[in-house]
Design a protein around this ligand. Structure first.
Ligand SMILES: [Zn+2]
Ligand SMILES: [Zn+2]
Length: 304
């Protein structure tokens, strides 16, 4: 199966701690790299992990709280200083382009590459990226300012040729393309060889849902139904559910409840308040509601 992985670069809410950086996730899908959010320090985490930033072509920003995008201008500037020429697309809320362009203007920087902004909106789910193998949709979340989550969905791919079977039946290569689309093969003597004999089913498409800062909100459940890995913010443990509500954040148990309602296969908690040094209680409490839960561990790739 082709690679589809998530590496958390930062898992702290609001301020960084000794052990935790600010929000950013690196997605590898079939060797294409995507960045979601870019808290301060993200470029240093990428450097530690020896990620060549030239490979990142699409950056998704969930909202304009500083802990989710203050690292963006630094990363974009470094790419310029490294003489990047490859275009970058940045998807985010409307004001993001104004902020970044003003920072570039103030420093009289004319980028070595083209930077394209695609505005996200907070009205409903929308496909904002499609490369034929993968789509990325934005979905509105409920937070203090306009915020979206991002859902990475693999598209159903063609069927796999069964090499041994096509050789056995002497199918010419010219027919392979139609076989992968599900068509049968008719031999010279008129015999119909069913598609299922000559091909194997395609890989089951996988889904990663990134649910950024949000108050508990069951409205998102339909959009993330059945996802393979759900990342959901978990700023507080459940004893602080009132504080979570007031600040428009979620607790560990609320994240676990969303995972359960959505029938997610796995849940990853992140965006932890700096008040928590040890996350073991955070994790064990969430597991009582949804057992397949992990806490984000920075720098470790999770395979979907
Ligand atoms: Zn945040
Ligand atoms: Zn926020």
């Amino acid at each position: 199966m082709k690679e589809f992985s998530v590496t958390v670069l930062g898992s702290s809410a609001a301020v960084a701690t000794d052990d935790r950086n600010l929000t950013s996730h690196l997605i590898n899908h079939c060797n294409s790299l995507f960045l979601i959010d870019c808290g301060e320090g993200t470029q240093f985490r990428l450097r530690e992990l020896r990620v060549r930033t030239n490979r990142i072509k699409n950056i998704f920003i969930s909202h304009l709280h500083g802990d989710h995008f203050f690292g963006l201008i630094g990363l974009l500037s470094t790419m310029h200083l490294m003489r990047r020429t490859e275009e970058i697309k940045v998807y985010g809320p409307p004001l993001l382009e104004d902020i970044i362009r003003l920072q570039l203007k103030a420093s009289e920087t004319s980028l070595s590459y083209s930077l394209i902004f695609i505005e996200t909106q907070s009205e409903g789910e929308e496909v904002i990226y499609d490369d034929g193998r993968l789509t990325v949709s934005s979905i509105p979340l409920k937070h203090r300012i306009p915020t979206t989550g991002f859902i990475f969905r693999e598209k159903l791919q063609p069927r796999h040729i069964n090499k041994e079977a096509v050789d056995r039946f002497g199918v010419p290569i010219i027919f392979y393309s139609s076989l992968t689309k599900g068509m049968d093969f008719i031999a010279d003597d008129g015999e119909i060889i069913p598609n299922g004999v000559l091909t194997n089913p395609p890989d089951i498409p996988r889904t990663y849902a990134f649910i950024s800062d949000t108050v508990y909100n069951e409205d998102i459940v339909d959009s993330i139904m059945g996802c393979d890995l759900l990342y959901h913010e978990s700023t507080f443990s459940h004893d602080l559910q009132h504080a979570a509500h007031d600040k428009m954040h979620s607790t560990n148990v609320q994240a676990a409840t969303i995972a359960k309602l959505a029938g997610a296969k796995r849940l990853m908690l992140g965006h932890f308040s700096a008040r928590y040094d040890d996350l073991s209680a955070m994790l064990s409490e969430a597991k009582k509601t949804f057992n397949e839960t992990i806490v984000a561990e920075e720098g470790v790739a999770i395979y979907i």
